[in-house]
Design a protein around this ligand. Structure first.
Ligand code: ANZ
Length: 896
């Protein structure tokens, strides 16, 4: 708010009429202020401080006896840039819901924390040498300040960061549970490596672009490299993760994304004998019904059988082909847009189990090693990829499913349904029936079985980074592993099958630390730079990495010293760290009991609060965070830690807020809206309300500077309706004694109903429009009663909490506005008691009149006759007929 145009003269004049003390206080308020000025800067701050001091939004203990409501926001990564305007959009939505539920009598939990491990802090550390923890702390302080500035009703007592040791302990504990239950292992398969980021990436973090595969973060090229990795067996949960989706109140698009990502395919595995070889080749097919149409086979270039079955005279060509495709990504290999196929004949032949036909075995890169069995039976008549390949290499195309008349199998594959043809024993059957029949027949003969495949791959769970959770495991030799005593503390999380890997050419086994040794914290390092070979910066912290471990107790000692005793073994710590997704997999649980030293959260807290009732965050997390968190939650449920299987029953994605130019906000476009600036200019309430007024919450919508002025004006009108400009006390109109207009009363009850309904369904923009309509009728009403005004303030409070608290207190209340509860509406008051009646003369409208709904025919007629405009047309003319339609119209028919 700038100085008033008259240079503060008004202010000076006012001071002379005020007593000295009031004048002194007055001088601290803006120059044009009176005690009743809408001075949001002062009161917003005051309320924020008071809420904080009073712990106004502290959730009550489970024993309070109230029903619970748990509102969760996707917690932010505290970046150096501070809050983005998209953050307060989602946070305001959840805040309105939280405040509304509190007013409705629920024990509300609305917590906040920080997802603070991750790459940007590490990159900052590489650039400046400053420890990531230092920068993280600074950023968190800034984020916290900004969230408080927006007045969110957060229970700050429960705040934590994923980087806190106390939190880290339990992230590591959950990882060890996964390890113990056989769901964590180490692999050295080729993985996505991003040289620019110096780390590997999960499949979910790599995008297929026209320039080839690139990192989702930073848009750098990525390549395949064999690197030792921790992997979580999320595939073991594929079925549960798909099955669980049905019961969730989530956006359909997100459910669909998860379903497709998991990609469940039902089909069969069929085994083909190979001519002249002991080995046989098993394929996965979703179309066992087309087995009679299999005219060749393809095995992936990485398939372990390839070298074995390749004929001597084909070897050179096959090897050259294998070398040529090594660096291609799965994405490139399966790109449907690129129909041109490559491949070479192996010289081997397989025998079709249904008809004994001998068919050639090829290798081609359109078959991936990572899916199914890494080999296929090719049915060019009914699969588009096989059709292309057969065309290209002159392989036979044999139709086994009938196509509609006129369809030419020589021009394209027929992938639709139809009666089976050219398939003895299946002929005439529709596809689904034929699938069942042939699968049963193959199973009977031991040549196949029904099988299910998933697109979902196991989750690559390690990164070559510093700023992440260290893995709480030690690598020891196989011999030392065998020496772990039966009663050793190290057996607490020991898996049934050892997890092994090759370390510097020797086999090593993973030994999980016992819970008493958690958390394993990060060592200090001199440089945060990953090595070009892809080793984590931790590998250089040799004092930390290389230790002696007591095989009985898990005690460790520096390897610089001599071996402390017989029971001790040489061990190396894992130098990879966990990906940022780890911390966000279970934070929703820690809020329930954030200071618990003995468990993730107490049984009591877990039982009372359960899973969040409402979860809001960006749609970009549809498959990453939301899938990983479901996996961990389900796992913890399965091992008896959690009462409920699913973490997020109701999910909502807020839409993007675009720049004023309608484009995505970005620094380079210069269209970024900074919450700090807006709050300074218009106040937090105006920002909150405007964010909700912009449009449907789920829609993408552009920011508008003018729009926020409009909302600001509405807030000022509400203020003026309640507060007297001169005295700063309740407005004189509240006690005017005049009657409230019927319109206003009706609109008030309508608004109470609509805002309640809209908040439940997150239609905040329409709730605000309705409040604006109410404002218009309030201003037109001769008076507004105190009760009515208070009801208005109570429903506006979740949207503009500072303003409404301020009004509430100026109306003389001591407790917070939420404590007054949510007003109820009177259905009887919703009905209009008057209707507009149309007055006609000879069928032409000559006027209208507001009449009581139940006015009698005589009353209506009298009113019509008395209307001056009607009289103009009836004067002196004989009345022929009078027609009265109650509640609608009166028509007077005159002669002449
Ligand atoms: C024979 C066949 C005939 C097929 C037909 C399809 C149509 P979805 O639905 O994605 O699961 N396939 C199997 N493993 C493969 C691999 N490793 N790389 C590339 N393709 C592979 O696809 C399953 C189908 O994809 C399988 O069914 C197989 O081709 C192919 F008229 O087998 B089908």
């Amino acid at each position: 708010m700038g100085p008033p145009p008259d240079g503060g003269k008004r202010g000076q004049a006012a001071i002379q009429t005020l007593p000295a003390r009031a004048a002194a206080a007055y001088l601290q308020t803006p120059m044009d202020a009176t005690p009743g000025t809408y001075d949001f800067t002062a009161f917003e701050r005051r309320w924020q401080e008071r809420w904080l001091a009073e712990g106004a939004f502290r959730a009550e203990p489970a024993s309070c006896g109230k029903p619970k409501y748990y509102v969760l926001d996707m917690f932010p990564y505290p970046s150096g840039a501070g809050l983005h305007i998209g953050h307060p959009e989602g946070y305001t939505a959840s805040d309105i819901l939280a405040r509304y539920k509190k007013a409705k009598g629920f024990n509300v939990l609305h917590p906040m924390g920080w997802d603070a491990f991750g790459l940007p802090a590490e990159q900052h550390a590489i650039a400046t040498g400053e420890h990531p923890a230092v920068q993280t702390r600074r950023n968190i302080d800034n984020f916290r300040r900004q969230l408080r500035m927006l007045g969110f009703a957060i229970d700050w007592d429960r705040e934590f960061s994923t980087t806190d040791e106390d939190y880290l302990r339990w992230t590591q504990w959950i990882f060890l549970q996964l390890l113990k239950h056989g769901l964590a292992y180490v692999s050295e398969k080729p993985v996505w490596f991003c040289p620019a980021l110096g780390t590997v990436l999960a499949n979910e973090e790599v995008l297929n672009t026209p320039e080839g595969p690139r990192s989702e973060r930073g848009d750098h090229p990525v390549e395949r490299r064999p690197i030792r990795q921790w992997v979580l067996r999320i595939t073991a949960y594929a079925d549960k993760l798909i099955g669980g989706l049905d019961a969730l109140d989530w956006p359909d698009s997100t459910k669909r994304l998860q379903r497709n990502w998991i990609g469940r395919s039902e089909g069969a595995e069929v085994t083909f004998r190979l001519e002249g070889h002991e080995a046989s080749l098993t394929v996965f097919t979703t179309r066992p019904d087309t087995l009679h149409g299999a005219t060749y086979m393809v095995i992936a270039p990485e398939h372990p059988l390839l070298a074995k079955i390749t004929a001597a005279d084909r070897r050179r060509e096959v090897e050259a082909y294998v070398a040529a495709v090594r660096n291609k990504s799965d994405l490139e290999r399966t790109d449907l847009a690129d129909m041109k196929k490559t491949g070479v004949f192996t010289g081997a032949y397989a025998i079709n189990p249904v008809n004994g036909a001998s068919i050639p075995v090829w290798t081609a890169d359109y078959v991936l090693m990572s899916y199914g069995t890494g080999a296929i039976m090719a049915v060019p008549a009914h699969d588009a990829r096989d059709w292309e390949f057969a065309q290209q290499f002159g392989l036979p195309i044999k139709q086994v499913v009938g196509a509609p008349e006129g369809f030419d199998i020589r021009k394209e594959a027929w992938t639709g349904d139809g009666p089976l043809v050219n398939s003895p024993g299946l002929e005439g059957l529709p596809v689904e029936e034929a699938k069942r029949k042939i699968t049963a027949r193959l199973s009977g003969k031991g040549q196949g079985r029904a099988a299910v495949n998933y697109k979902l791959r196991d989750w690559l769970f390690s990164r070559q980074r510093y700023w992440g959770e260290p893995f709480p495991v030690l690598w020891v030799s196989r011999e030392d592993y065998a020496r772990i005593p039966a009663d050793s503390k190290l057996r607490e999380f020991l898996p049934t099958e050892p997890v092994t890997c090759m370390l510097e050419g020797k086999e090593a086994c993973a030994v999980p630390l016992p819970a008493t040794k958690l958390p394993l914290t990060l060592p200090e390092v001199k440089s945060y730079q990953p090595s070009p070979t892809g080793d984590s910066p931790l590998s250089k912290a040799t004092e930390w990495v290389d230790v002696w471990v007591d095989l009985a107790t898990g005690e460790t000692a520096s390897r610089s010293a001599a071996r402390p005793g017989d029971r001790w073994a040489a061990a190396s710590r894992e130098t990879n760290t966990m990906p940022q997704w780890a911390g966000s997999c279970w934070y929703h649980l820690r809020y329930l009991d954030p200071r618990n030293r003995d468990s993730v959260a107490s049984k009591e807290a877990l039982t009372y609060w359960g899973s969040p009732d409402f979860y809001i965050g960006g749609a970009e997390h549809a498959v990453l965070h939301l899938l990983y968190a479901r996996f961990w939650h389900r796992f913890l449920h399965d091992i008896g830690v959690l009462p409920e299987p699913e973490p997020f029953r109701r999910l909502f994605h807020q839409g993007l807020i675009l720049g004023e130019d309608g484009e995505k906000m970005s620094k380079s476009r210069g269209n970024v809206v900074n919450p700090d600036t807006i709050v300074k200019e218009h106040g937090a309430d105006a920002l909150r309300m405007y964010l909700m007024f912009l449009g449907p919450l789920e829609a993408s919508k552009p920011w508008s500077s003018e729009g926020i002025t409009g909302v600001s004006r509405f807030l000022r009108r509400l203020w003026r309706l309640a507060v007297d400009e001169q005295t700063g006390g309740p407005s004189a109109r509240l006690a005017s004694g005049a009657a409230e207009s019927e319109d206003f009363v009706r609109e008030l009850h309508r608004t109470i109903r609509k805002v309640g309904e809209d908040v439940e369904t997150l239609q905040f923009n329409t709730a605000i429009s309705q409040m604006m309509i109410l404002m218009n009728t309030a201003e037109k009403s001769a008076s507004v009663s105190r009760d009515s005004l208070e009801a208005f303030v109570r429903i506006a409070a979740p949207f503009a909490p500072h303003l409404c608290e301020e009004i509430w207190s100026r109306l003389g209340h001591r407790g917070g506005v939420a404590a007054a509860g949510w007003p109820s509406f009177d259905p009887a008051k919703l009905v209009e008691s008057t209707v507009e009646i149309v007055f006609q003369v000879n069928g032409k409208v000559r006027g209208t009149g507001k009449m009581a709904k139940e006015a009698s025919k005589d009353e209506l007629l009298a009113a019509c006759r008395a209307h001056p405009d009607v009289q103009k047309f009836t004067a002196g003319k004989p009345v022929v007929k009078e027609i009265v339609v109650p509640g609608k119209l009166v028509n007077i028919v005159v002669a002449g």
